[in-house]
Design a protein around this ligand. Structure first.
Ligand code: PA5
Length: 451
């Protein structure tokens, strides 16, 4: 098996010589603090050695429940938001047929995602689509109190029971939640649903390698053993005893902190040239945004799908404010083969490409973009992934998680909390007159009167 590789040379050239190497001691301290559990947020370090702690027996338990859902459901709704959703979607969409929901090959259930918004039309259309389907639900919520997910679960539970009967519904509703607390746990205990636990010491955005991600990924038909194996191998490749220059997570953390602190690069754009990686970038955005964006600090994580967004964001990236750098996730080999076709009339003048692999054209677009953006003052980090396979996605996940922990500590924040997420919830509950929020409701009404 190959490894994903990292090339920071086209980013480091924007920094004073020796800048990346200058981070070695700080990176070592950060790694040590993670290993010793002495850093801020040390009650959320369960992700650090999670891959190597996963046993075959545990994966078999997940696979068994996944197989039940696969055999009994035409569609499975994954209900969750943020860290309780993005990892599963990132992996499934990276591995899926781009038109999975239209292909419907009867071998795999259609995977749908909900519980991640409060869109009334979305929910109406979802429940309408499901009304003649044998569907199941994976209800994922660590707290069990998240409004978006709880609302969706209320609707789907009722519909599933009405369509399949309470007994059969029990086999196709699964809860992934806290071991003891919350509404999802209480409902599962009351109704006798199969459950998996989200460990206390693993935060949502680091939870894709727990049942939060593994169960939906197995239901979609992907090899969770290979995914975990990739993460395990990356855990070794980024371990504290790996020399700084050879440790991809350490290098990535160092160079992005250098770009932020020394070169004024406040925005990182993760770009792909494979549309299947769109949701991988969404997962990455949460991982880095929630981990680093606090104490009035942090690189703003953005994402683009290329070449699509070169026709919308390309102008800004090439010539806008020089506050950005780019991290390109490049896939070496596509899974399928399409050749550029001949056209007798050649009206578009593209016959010179006839017979070439489409991917060769894509790779030249990628190289051309890198050269242009670097010329335009955009530092470029490149992560090369051999193929879009579960094993390499597993490597990529752990590579980014490890780098995120180190990077947040280099920045001087607690990378494992997210206090800012509560602000909108508090206001929303006050505006909706939630019992217990009387004082906040009064204050917010006063404030609105004066605005
Ligand atoms: O990373 C996080 O902690 C958040 O994104 C949560 O995962 C998200 O808010 C969902 O929370 P819960 O799993 O409690 O429903």
């Amino acid at each position: 098996m190959k490894n994903i590789t990292l090339d920071i040379t086209k980013a480091a050239q924007f920094l004073k010589p020796g800048t990346v190497e200058g981070y070695e001691a700080q990176v070592k301290d950060a790694q040590k603090a993670l290993e010793d559990g002495t850093c801020a947020g040390n009650d959320f370090l369960g992700w650090l050695h999670l891959p190597s702690s996963i046993t075959d027996d545990f994966l078999a338990q997940i696979q068994a429940v996944a197989d039940t859902l696969r055999s009994k459901c035409e569609a499975v709704v994954v209900a969750g938001i943020g860290g309780s959703y993005l990892g599963a979607r990132a992996v499934i969409e990276a591995l899926n047929n781009s038109f999975a929901w239209l292909v419907n090959d009867k071998k795999n259930p259609t995977i749908l995602f909900a519980g991640n918004n409060i869109g009334e039309d979305y929910l109406a259309e979802l429940t309408d689509y499901l009304k003649d389907k044998k569907f199941g639900v994976i209800n994922i919520s660590k707290s069990g109190t998240t409004t978006e997910t709880a609302l969706t679960f209320r609707l789907l539970k009722r519909q599933c029971e009405a369509q399949r009967g309470k007994e059969e519904a029990k086999d196709v509703i699964v809860a992934v939640t806290d071991a003891h607390k919350g509404a999802a746990r209480a409902a599962a205990t009351k109704e006798g649903y199969k459950t998996f636990v989200i460990p206390d010491n693993v935060g949502g955005r680091f939870s894709v390698l727990t049942p939060v991600g593994l169960l939906p990924i197995a239901v979609a038909g992907y090899d969770i053993k290979e995914l975990v194996k990739g993460a395990q191998d990356m855990e070794k490749a980024t371990a504290i005893d790996v020399p700084f220059a050879e440790n991809p997570s350490a290098q990535y953390a160092a160079v992005r902190n250098g770009l932020y602190a020394q070169a004024g690069k406040k925005i990182e754009i993760v770009a792909n040239f494979q549309p299947k990686l769109h949701f991988f970038a969404e997962w990455w955005k949460q991982l880095y945004g929630e981990s680093e964006g606090k104490d009035n600090k942090g690189i703003f994580p953005a994402a683009c799908d290329f070449t699509t967004d070169l026709h919308s964001m390309g102008q800004w990236i090439q010539q806008g404010e020089r506050s950005i750098f780019e991290t390109v996730i490049s896939v070496e080999e596509p899974e399928k083969k399409v050749l550029f076709p001949h056209d007798d009339e050649n009206l578009d003048g593209l016959n010179f490409l006839e017979g070439k692999r489409v991917d060769e054209v894509n790779k030249m677009a990628e190289l051309g973009t890198r050269l242009a953006h670097v010329d335009g003052g955009v530092p470029n980090i490149r992560i090369s992934v051999p193929r879009l396979e579960a094993y390499y996605i597993g490597q990529l996940i752990y590579f980014f998680e490890k780098a995120c922990g180190i990077s947040g500590l280099l920045l001087g924040v607690n990378p494992f909390n997210q206090p800012g997420v509560e602000a909108y919830k508090k206001n929303m509950f006050a505006l909706l007159n939630k019992p217990g929020y009387e004082a906040e409701s009064k204050a917010i009404q006063e404030r609105l009167k004066n605005e």
